[in-house]
Ligand binder design. Structure first.
Ligand code: GUN
Ligand code: ZN
Length: 427
């Protein structure tokens, strides 16, 4: 048993969704929370929560939130983040695939998995949902690195049996067998959650999609993650490869790869049928704004999708995304929404990076909120982390105006501390 601890500061708790009604009404601000044995045991005011014998950590004016949840990343792309000048398919062939080839070496996979998780934790992220490579070793590496840090992580072997270089393909059968072996090894162990992971329909044959659909139906408690309608050229290619499909989403639906526990990355250029189907099934969609601008994919209409009832999460899409920081990602989401004609409130952005993302991953009973009984995975934000931010937040009239400059201008310097399962990881 650990010592029960009182943590004080400005505690941001969502008590509803900011996408219905006034976004500020979805939040309750408190002065403290109490953690014990890795879990949140109370949220409220310091005097009410204080008990003799407790440890105490005081963060003053810092904001304490549920740790950030990054719902779509590729940890093997850590080393090629910010690679210049290509659009999606060229970018995959020029930068991504050569780097991913290296993950057959378990030592390299371990090195990058550890580096990646240290980077994201220093940026305030306490859970990621990561694609790995085709190599089972790459899955072991991220789950082992997560276990060492006590982190909840979603991951899966990326499956590709066509349109990828030799040395970076599996087959329909080996994708099924390896994915099954890995999910039996990891899913539900410690804080590991397995996601069946066909990369996207251009790199999976119909046979492979069918095999992975069958695997998902045998293990419906697993997540399934893939990419959907990211770039216009990619969508045209999918049409050529699957001439009988109604649309891109149908290339998954036909093979049993559409469901509530599916998490679909990007989904920028959706047809109305695809939007309706995702909403009807409450499937998750990940909005990756730094990636969508960096690779030139397009401006996702997040507010429109949320209004249609689609469950949206925010994500970096490292290394197509240009940052490890969910603060930078929130800033990009704000800018993209402005270009689509809507202004997201700080409460919307914080929700998409915490509870919204956890809901898309069906992990909200474990992460992404400050509800009693959930894991004490926390990020502590300094709202005056640089002179530029400080001079703006010092003029703020309320807490939201004080927080917004950190969302727009902040990075890892704003992350004063991180807690994972009740243990401090940064300070
Ligand atoms: N589509 C298929 N693979 C990828 C990937 O690795 N990154 C991005 N952004 N899109 C993809
Ligand atoms: Zn991706």
């Amino acid at each position: 048993m650990t010592q029960k601890t009182l943590i004080t500061g400005r505690v941001l708790e969502f008590v509803g969704t900011p996408f219905q009604g006034d976004p500020q009404d979805a939040v309750q601000w408190h002065g403290a929370l109490a953690v014990d044995d890795g879990r949140i045991v109370a949220v409220g005011e310091p005097d009410a929560l204080w008990e003799p014998g407790m440890a105490r950590v005081d963060y003053g004016d810092h904001v304490i939130s549920a740790g950030f949840v990054d719902a779509h990343v590729h940890y093997p792309q850590t080393g090629i983040i910010a690679s210049w000048g290509k659009r999606l398919i060229d970018w995959l062939n020029s930068y991504t695939f050569p780097e991913e080839m290296r993950f057959g070496d378990p030592e390299y996979a371990r090195e990058i998995a550890n580096l990646y998780l240290d980077l994201v934790v220093s940026h305030g992220t306490t859970t990621v949902a990561s694609y790995c490579t085709i190599h089972p070793e790459s899955v072991d590496a991220i789950f082992e690195a997560a276990k060492e840090r006590g982190m909840a992580v979603v991951a899966g072997k990326t499956c590709m049996d066509r349109n990828a270089p030799d040395g970076l393909t599996d087959t329909a059968q080996s994708a099924y067998d390896d994915s099954k072996m890995l999910l039996e090894k990891w899913h539900g162990k410690a804080r590991a959650h397995y996601a069946i992971t066909p990369r996207f329909s251009p790199t999976s044959s119909p046979q492979q999609l069918e095999a992975l659909g069958a695997l998902w139906s045998e293990h419906p408690d697993c997540l399934m993650q893939t990419h959907l309608s990211e770039q216009v050229d990619e969508i045209a290619w999918v049409k050529e490869l699957f001439p009988d499909a109604r649309d891109y989403l149908d290339t998954y639906e036909q093979f049993g790869l559409l469901g509530a526990r599916g998490v679909y990355g990007h989904a920028i250029h959706l047809e109305p049928r695809e939007q309706d189907r995702l909403a009807e099934l409450c499937a998750g969609l990940t909005h990756c704004p730094t990636s969508n601008t960096f690779i030139g994919s397009g401006l996702c209409d997040v507010s429109g999708l949320m209004a249609r009832g689609v469950q949206v999460a925010l994500a970096t899409d490292t290394g197509g995304g240009s940052s490890f920081s969910m603060l930078r990602t929130m800033a990009a989401a704000y800018e993209v929404a402005q270009l689509r004609g809507s202004a997201l409130h700080a409460a919307h952005l914080m929700y998409l990076a915490t509870e919204g993302a956890a809901r898309s991953l069906h992990l909200q009973s474990e992460i992404g909120t400050l509800r009693v009984g959930t894991a004490a995975d926390l990020v502590v934000l300094d709202l005056a982390s640089t002179p530029a931010i400080s001079q703006r937040s010092s003029r703020a009239n309320d807490i939201w105006e004080a927080l917004f400059p950190t969302i727009m201008m902040g990075d890892d310097r704003a992350v004063a501390d991180v807690w994972i399962a009740g243990t401090r990881r940064v300070s």
